[in-house]
Design a protein around this ligand. Structure first.
Ligand SMILES: Cc1cc2nc3c(=O)[nH]c(=O)nc-3n(C[C@H](O)[C@H](O)[C@H](O)COP(=O)(O)O)c2cc1C
Length: 363
């Protein structure tokens, strides 16, 4: 095991580097951000699509979309989410991808299934499913009502939901995305399988970490043949979820490292680690999340969480290969130029990001 924390960094935020088959122009990426803007045909509003293109035009090397729901059954968790399963949806995203590519950036589609973080009415099938029939403790912040207790997924539900990822990956490739990211973070379906907090199954998809990891492994292995080798397949992970946020989804540093070792063995190109604050100590290990993750993988690591100026970006990059910004890139279209110029910048508060869910076009 190497201790990356003590190694001097050779990486330059603004120098090109190679990720899979892609030469990225710098090490700065747009984090995935849900916008809930889609209307009846599950296509985001035009200004929301334009926002992604504008970040590419303003120097961001890698653009990740909002999380796209994987099927027309029970994947959706919020109103106004997008899908990528029909020709109209493919055509809308194809134009976006052409514009992102013309601006010199790489486009990644993030895909997820919300599992128990949903309410039945937003889904065509009018049901919520999860590894186990356990509702989150916290109320739904959008409805203020308790989340319903989900149906524990049957063997059929498991295979059917995996096919949703496959179909959406096919849509992503038809739309010309440069890659896809499987969203295994933030307490959504894949994360629900990974964590013993939400997975109490007694079959081959629950119990030991290896068995809880089985659903994630099957998703990645089943989609991989649909992602050509010259495209990117990424996996996002976190120790926190959007509901019951105070809960540590994994027990300790050892469990995290074992989890990362499982992810490392997947046929993926990079691991995206999502944290609340990149510099926080992970599990009392004396290391931050990227450093701890590095002890269990040599794959490229993306890191995210309150990276807001040149100093925080460079500090975060010391332990990772790419830095992602959510709120700073959401609210400041010139963020890349501003950190290049070492401008004094402030971190944005979570409430300021709520504008993402309104009809107000972002700068
Ligand atoms: C408005 C908003 C929507 C988000 N939606 C997603 C999402 O769809 N998928 C995801 O993986 N993370 C999502 N996130 C989390 C961000 O990708 C990122 O991990 C988080 O904001 C921390 O980075 P930051 O401090 O730079 O904002 C969202 C964050 C915000 C602010």
């Amino acid at each position: 095991m190497q201790d990356k924390a003590s190694e001097p960094t050779q990486k330059d935020l603004f120098a090109p580097w190679q990720l899979g088959a892609f030469r990225l122009r710098n090490r700065i990426g747009l984090a995935p951000m849900t916008r809930m803007s889609a209307e009846k045909d599950s296509i985001p509003r035009q200004d929301v699509l334009d926002f992604l293109v504008r970040r590419a035009e303003n120097g961001v090397a890698l653009i990740t979309t909002e999380a796209i729901v994987s099927d027309y059954e029970s994947a959706q968790g919020y109103p106004g989410q997008a899908r990528l399963l029909t020709q109209r949806q493919i055509n809308a995203w194809a134009t976006v991808n052409e514009r992102i590519r013309a601006a010199g950036s790489v486009s990644i589609l993030q895909i997820f299934h919300c599992g128990r973080v949903a309410w039945p009415e937003v889904n065509p099938a009018q049901r919520t499913i999860a590894p186990s029939a356990i509702a989150p403790r916290q109320n739904n912040p959008l409805t203020q009502a308790p989340y319903p207790t989900p149906d524990a997924m049957s063997a059929y539900d498991i295979q059917h939901s995996i096919q949703g990822f496959v179909e959406t990956v096919k849509g992503a490739m038809a739309a010309g995305f440069d890659g896809v990211e499987i969203h295994g973070a933030h307490g959504y379906l894949i994360s629900q399988f990974l964590s013993s907090y939400s997975n109490r199954r007694e079959d081959a998809y629950g119990g030991s970490l290896d068995q809880r990891f089985r659903y994630a492994r099957e998703v990645v292995e089943v989609v991989r043949p649909w992602v050509p080798q010259d495209k990117l397949l990424l996996f996002r992970i976190s120790n926190w979820g959007v509901v019951d946020m105070d809960v540590s989804l994994f027990a300790d540093a050892e469990e995290w490292k074992a989890l990362i070792a499982h992810i490392d063995a997947l046929p993926i190109d990079a691991i995206s680690v999502s944290t609340y604050r990149f510099s926080d100590e992970a599990f009392g290990s004396g290391m931050n999340m990227a450093q701890l993750t590095r002890t269990a993988t040599k794959k490229p690591i993306f890191i995210c969480g309150q990276i807001y100026d040149r100093d925080t970006a460079e500090a975060a990059l010391a332990d990772a290969d790419m830095v992602l910004s959510g709120k700073s890139l959401l609210l400041n279209p010139h963020w890349v130029q501003d950190i290049q110029a070492r401008k004094a910048l402030r971190p944005y508060r979570s409430e300021e990001a709520n504008i993402a869910y309104t009809k107000e076009p972002l700068p």
